[in-house]
Design a protein around this ligand. Structure first.
Ligand code: SF4
Length: 321
């Protein structure tokens, strides 16, 4: 049995709503509302949902780029939100964040060698004598060439820039990476190459990922387990094959139905959800999905469905299950 690297326990992150100059508001946006999951060592964990479901807030709160409202984040058993500034600084290289947009993630005035080398020097992972060699090594590891070290970001394509961003994270020898929509800004033809790179690095370095995406097909080949998020909560969590073969939550079924089938002779019954995702400042009563669910009953509008185990490793929150 794999050992837990990251444990997220009943995590909540609420953002207060500003009420202008006359006073503070008591209302808040419940971006993440009581979320729990575990990521094991060497595991890729997918977090999937529409934009506005709270995925990015979870990623940032895990890495303490946000304060939490309640709950715990344990990394190798240590409570990340209780660490002192110094302890957090020491932990930083081990937990890296890769953002969606490889264009804004890199300083256009900085050569690639400096963009990757400076954090290495800051964290004492290289010396001025060997930093160049270390940067070249990590460029090659991420599918780039050693001579790229002296170039500027504008000299690269989108896919190459995302490789550079991944190389910058990998240089710090992390154990865990939050990859936040890392391929959604790239052409479809390049996306598979970057997913393959994530997969190779996982095998070579024993990395663990929290892989955030709005698209189930992106996480399908990389992730061992997948959680589906809706409006700040996880509604279904299962092993990848179990989720794809036996989806139980109506929202998961709708997301799966949106994945195109490569064979033109086969047709999938697309489930079109009505309306947009409601505001997390004022989530619907009962099941948060009831305003868009084709199977909603009166009970769904009143009672919150419990997140319960269906079989080992497969949990879902729906009154129908
Ligand atoms: Fe739909 Fe009701 Fe299940 Fe929610 S609890 S997903 S509204 S059937």
């Amino acid at each position: 049995m794999s050992k837990a690297l990251l444990e997220v326990k009943n995590l909540k992150k609420y953002f207060p709503i500003a009420k202008g100059v006359l006073g503070k508001s008591k209302e808040s946006v419940k971006a993440v509302d009581d979320v729990s999951f575990v990521i094991n060592k060497g595991e890729a964990f997918g977090l999937v949902g529409e934009s506005g479901s709270g995925k990015t807030t979870i990623g940032k709160t895990i890495l303490r780029m946000n304060d939490k409202t309640a709950g715990k984040v344990l990394f190798n058993g240590e409570d990340v939100h209780k660490l002192s500034k110094k302890e957090l600084q020491k932990l930083r290289p081990k937990m890296q964040y890769i953002f969606q947009d490889p264009y804004s993630s890199l300083d256009p005035r900085m050569r690639i060698g400096d963009a990757i080398g400076e954090p290495l020097l800051q964290h004492g992972l290289a010396t001025p004598e060997n930093v160049r060699e270390k940067v070249e090594e990590v460029l090659v590891l991420c599918g780039l060439a050693p001579y790229h070290i002296d170039r500027f970001p504008h000299e690269f394509s989108g896919g190459q820039r995302q490789r550079i961003v991944i190389a910058r994270a990998m240089a710090l020898e992390p154990d865990f990476i939050v990859a936040d929509e890392p391929v959604s800004a790239l052409d479809v033809s390049i996306q598979a190459q970057i997913i393959n790179l994530f997969s190779d690095l996982k095998e070579k370095r024993g990395l663990s990922y929290l892989f955030i995406s709005h698209d189930l097909s992106v996480v399908e080949h990389l992730c061992n387990r997948i959680a589906i998020m809706y409006l700040g909560t996880i509604v279904e969590l299962a092993d990848r094959d179990e989720l794809f073969n036996n989806p139980l939550h109506p929202y998961t079924k709708a997301l799966l139905s949106a994945i195109p089938i490569p064979d033109p002779t086969l047709k999938r019954n697309r489930i079109i959800l009505k309306g947009d995702i409601p505001s997390p400042a004022n989530p619907p009563s009962g099941c948060r999905f009831h305003t868009r669910c084709p199977y909603a009953t009166e009970k769904c509008t009143i009672e919150v469905p419990q997140f319960k185990k269906v079989i080992e490793g497969h949990e879902v929150a729906c009154h129908l299950v």
